[in-house]
Ligand binder design. Structure first.
Ligand SMILES: Cc1cc2nc3c(=O)[nH]c(=O)nc-3n(C[C@H](O)[C@H](O)[C@H](O)COP(=O)(O)O)c2cc1C
Length: 235
């Protein structure tokens, strides 16, 4: 299973930075397949595995997808260009985030592979087919289905990010294209009943991995109830 030169899971987690600058070198199909093979090891609700992955390798199709991403990024540009620095970032970190994101707005098609993780839509079952306990909470059931719609694909997306890191590739999860998802689906012939959940450029990075800086555990963790600070006990 391991090849001997693979990195550990924690090293991958701590260094899998969002990478958006890629060398033009092609990514061997064997690596692409390995990444997708890691993706499909993820869990899915009810073990439905109703995912599929569109690999875009053809330069002309990549350019068309890249043009769509550029169009969708006008929104992101208007939102992020003048966003005040969030409290948890330094001005430099905020500027880097905007500059790196903005680079991708114009360079999505430069990545040798664009990967589109998709999920078949699950239509809500007719109420009369459901057990009484679900019928009694049908409205809530529908809200819950909508809320968890991405939950059966994003674990696979995270596996893609980590597998890329382990294989020396770079990637980033992007979602801007969803503003024009119908156009992307038409371009790639994706059926009406299938939704796209990310557009991931993949290639050999020109920039370095990690470090990843995040808000610390103590700032985002409560113990036994909201508002009660987490304290690790020495046991
Ligand atoms: C749901 C989601 C949507 C994202 N959409 C985009 C996107 O459209 N374009 C982009 O460049 N990055 C996108 N990102 C990447 C984040 O901007 C990135 O993870 C964040 O800035 C942290 O960067 P780092 O992982 O390098 O520290 C997205 C991340 C998530 C989780």
């Amino acid at each position: 299973m391991t090849t001997g030169d693979e990195i550990g899971v924690f090293e991958a987690i701590y260094s899998a930075r969002s990478l958006r600058h890629f060398k033009p070198d092609p990514v061997p199909d064997a690596l692409v397949e390995k990444v997708i093979d890691a993706a499909i090891r993820a869990s899915s609700g009810g073990n439905t595995q109703h995912w599929s992955f569109v690999v875009v390798r053809d330069p002309a199709v990549r350019r068309a997808v890249g043009a769509l991403y550029r169009k969708a990024s006008d929104y992101a540009e208007s939102i992020y260009r003048d966003r005040p620095t969030p409290q948890h970032l330094t001005d430099t970190q905020n500027r880097q985030f905007v500059n790196n994101s903005a680079y991708l707005w114009d360079h999505m098609a430069d990545a040798p592979i664009l990967l589109v993780p998709c999920l078949a839509r699950r239509e809500p079952p007719p109420i009369e087919t459901l057990p009484p306990v679900v019928q009694a909470r049908y409205a809530r059931h529908l809200v819950n289905m909508a809320r968890t719609s991405g939950a059966s694909i994003y674990p696979a997306v995270q596996n893609i990010i980590l597998a890329c890191r382990a294989l020396g590739l770079g990637t980033v999860i992007t979602t801007n294209h969803m503003l024009y998802e119908d156009e992307l689906k038409a371009l790639l012939g994706i059926p009406e009943t299938v939704s796209t959940f990310a557009l991931m450029p993949i290639g050999f990075p020109t920039r370095k991995y990690g470090p990843l800086t995040r808000k610390p555990v103590a700032e985002v963790t409560w113990l036994d109830g909201w508002g009660q600070p987490w304290k690790a006990e020495a046991r």
